[in-house]
Structures are given as C-alpha cells and as structure tokens.
Design a protein around this ligand. Structure first.
Ligand code: SAH
Ligand code: SF4
Length: 392
C-alpha cells in the first residue's frame, strides 16, 4: 500500500505529471495548484470547480500537509516565529518579519547545517538532513494562509511579499529541493513573487551559484564576513573549498542574469575579530579588485552561549559602516528584529539530531582551523564533502 503523496512536493510541472499518472488531463494541475497555493486549500472537498471524480481520486491518494507546528512565538515588534517538527527529533524555524511596506518570510532549507560557521547557532548544531521541496514551500504555504486569516486580509491581498532563504541551513547545499520551491514562489499561479523579492542567501557554494544563475536567477545574498581568506577560512569553513577570488568571480558572473544589479554582501560584526577600520579598508580593496557591484549589509552579531564570540559595540559598527560608505560602497546596518523571541539571524536553533558531531568538534577547537582529514564531519564542515553524499 503506497503512502499518500504530498502535493506540496510538486511544482506545477510535477503536479501535471502526477495528474497524468492519475489518468487526468495535465491542465487540471493548474487548477489544483491554484487551489493549493493561491487559496490555501488543504482539503480536496473544498475545490469546488474540480470534477468530483478527480476530487475522489485525490482524496484516496494524496494529501496537502506541512510539517506539524510545534509552537508559535510573537514578538512585541510583530515578528512571529514558528517551530516546525521535522521528525526524528529535529525541528526547524520560520520567521515572519512585518514592515510598513512589506512582509518578509525567512525560510529554512535544512535541519541544521553542515557548513559550521563559527558565529551561527545552526552551524553549531551540526547537520541532520535536507528539507524536501514540500517542507520548504510548506513554510510559505502555512505562513501565508495562516497570516491572511489572522490579519484578516481582504481577498487577494498577500501577507508575504518577500521571501529570504536565510533561516536554518545552506540553501545551495540542498539545491535539488530548493529550485522547485523557488519556482513555486515565482509561479503566477502560485505565490507570484518577482525574482527581485526572493533572495537566496549563501555562504558561498560556488558551483551552485553558477547553476542558480542558469536555472532560476533570483536575488542573491552572499555571506562574506571577512576580507581575507585566512580569516574567512576560520569563520566560514567552506571558504577553504571556494576561496574569495573564486566566490567573487562567481558573483560577477551571476550579475549578468540577476534580477538586481548588485549582490548583497552580508557581514556579521564580531567584536575584535572582523570589525576594525583596517579590515573595512581591506574589504573596500577586495571589492574594488573583484569589480563586483554590491551592497553591504552589516549584521550585528546575535550572540549565543556556545559561540565564545561577542557583538561589536554600536560605535564600532558605525565606524566600520562609515569607512565603507566613505570608500564609495553602499552599506547599511541590519535592524535586529524579534530579539525578545530569539528570532534574529543566526539564533534560529530549532533542534537538530546532529549526524556530524559538530558540537564536539566546535567545543574541542574553538576558533581554530580543522585539519583532520579522516572524519566525515570535518570534511563536510570544511566543504570538502557534500552532505548528500554522506546521508544514510
Ligand atoms: N546559510 C546561508 C543562509 C542562512 S544564514 C548563509 O549563511 O548565508 C542567514 C544569515 O545569517 C547569514 O548571512 C549568516 O551569516 C547570518 N548569521 C548567522 N549567524 C548569525 C549570528 N549569530 N548573528 C548574526 N547573523 C548571523
Ligand atoms: Fe550554515 Fe549559514 Fe549558519 Fe553558516 S551561517 S552555519 S552556512 S546556516
């Protein structure tokens, strides 16, 4: 007996193939897709303009289901964070950030993350598994339709106008599941978001930046965090596999197809580590050498106990910002949202049954370069192995 198929797993093309398997015309998929993603239907009985025979078939074989919601927390600033149960002891988080002129959803792509950045709570937890397409888009499906009701929005008005793949996980290490989910976000029969309003944030998986450029070039944010390879190797271990020169070359290449004419560089401000005026000048030189058109987004570090790192003082962030701006680079400081519910960047902890032993690794060797080659976990953290390759 086959388990029911979750229709959230399919983009429109996938849904058309599924309809065909059921002996239905492919165009039915568009109707079905609109019911699911535009109207938020979770029951086939609701889909009043679908033939009864199709509804009956679907009811026996398919479901529309997200990961179960474990909890919801609302911040005094309007930010809402949901914790979803990803099974086997894993949980992931999704954050809604309302602003005057937009509503942004910050989506997770993996349970944990194998990159293991020093300053990131998710990275400290290690990696458990990739989310599926349905689990990625399910975060948007749930949040959009839940918020429409909760905010009592008039028919047709969207709650979520922007998506950022900046939750837990490295989206470009889960490329196969990510791309159909992005396609559904952009689909006019789905969420109809423009490519400018969907941002993939990456720690720098160069070959996948190239593929995204060819497949579906949405807005790109690159987590830079350091002006030199030596420092970036330590903060973002993936840099040892894809060093700055390669990363910046791929950013330049991406820009030919990008929906915006700049790449956003994210830079997490760490006290005494990467926040000096001299380092800001090194960044200016790096950007000038590479010729990448960019904007810097300085993120005040959101501390968590195990990191052993501190947030740069506000005056330091401002001084660093001014050096960049005076050097002719557009730079802003990211406003921290959802502080009171730990919903800020890098604090998304969820819960991860680590398969890579990251906790032990980070406790053993804070702020040092991993050199041991035998351990798969180290290989993943250093970006020398794909998490997929090591999945059981
Ligand atoms: N893996 C992707 C996307 C998820 S992380 C990436 O690294 O880009 C989203 C952003 O949060 C990244 O820019 C990351 O560097 C930043 N971040 C991680 N931990 C942080 C922390 N503790 N404080 C502030 N920003 C953090
Ligand atoms: Fe992974 Fe991004 Fe966190 Fe680095 S910052 S560990 S890439 S989620």
């Amino acid at each position: 007996m086959n388990a029911a198929t979750n229709l959230l797993e399919f983009d429109r093309e996938g849904l058309a193939a599924f309809c065909e398997q059921l002996g239905e015309k492919r165009f039915r998929a568009t109707q079905l897709f609109r019911w699911i993603h535009q109207k938020g239907a979770a029951e086939f009985a609701q889909m009043s303009d679908l033939a009864k025979s199709l509804r009956d078939k679907l009811a026996g074989r398919a479901v529309i289901a997200t990961m179960p919601v474990i909890s919801e927390q609302a911040s005094s600033d309007g930010t809402i964070k949901w914790l979803f149960d990803a099974g086997a002891g894993n949980a992931i988080e999704t954050v809604f950030i309302p602003e005057d002129d937009r509503g942004t959803l910050c989506i997770s792509s993996q349970a944990g993350c194998a990159v293991g950045c020093r300053f990131c709570s998710t990275g400290h937890q290690g990696f458990s598994r990739n989310l599926t397409t349905g689990e990625i888009i399910g975060q948007l499906w749930f949040a959009e339709h839940h918020l429409r009701q909760r905010l009592n929005l008039p028919e047709g008005q969207r709650a979520i106008t922007n998506v950022v793949m900046m939750g837990m996980g490295e989206p470009l290490q889960n490329y196969a599941a990510l791309v159909p989910a992005l396609r559904m976000m952009l689909d006019d029969h789905g969420y109809g978001l423009s490519r400018r309003r969907v941002t993939v944030s990456t720690s720098g998986v160069v070959p996948m930046i190239e593929r995204l450029r060819d497949d579906l070039p949405v807005a790109l944010a690159v987590s830079l965090h350091a002006p030199t390879d030596a420092l970036r190797n330590d903060l973002v271990p993936l840099n040892r596999k894809y060093p700055l020169a390669e990363l910046l070359a791929s950013c330049n290449h991406y820009l030919d197809k990008a929906p915006r004419d700049f790449i956003t560089f994210e830079y997490c401000m760490l006290d005494g580590v990467n926040d000096s005026d001299a380092q800001a000048r090194e960044l200016l030189a790096l950007v000038a050498r590479s010729g990448v058109s960019c904007k810097f987004n300085l993120i005040p570090f959101n501390p968590f106990p195990e990191s052993g790192l501190k947030r740069s003082p506000n005056e330091r962030v401002t001084a660093f910002l001014h050096v960049l701006q005076e050097g002719g680079v557009v730079a802003t400081v990211r406003k921290t949202r959802g502080d009171d519910i730990d919903a800020a960047c890098g604090q998304l902890a969820g819960e991860v049954q680590d398969r890579t032993n990251a906790k032990a690794r980070m406790t053993r060797a804070p702020m040092t370069v991993h050199r041991s080659g035998s351990d798969v976990a180290v290989a993943i953290a250093a970006g020398r192995a794909d998490p997929q390759e090591t999945r059981r």
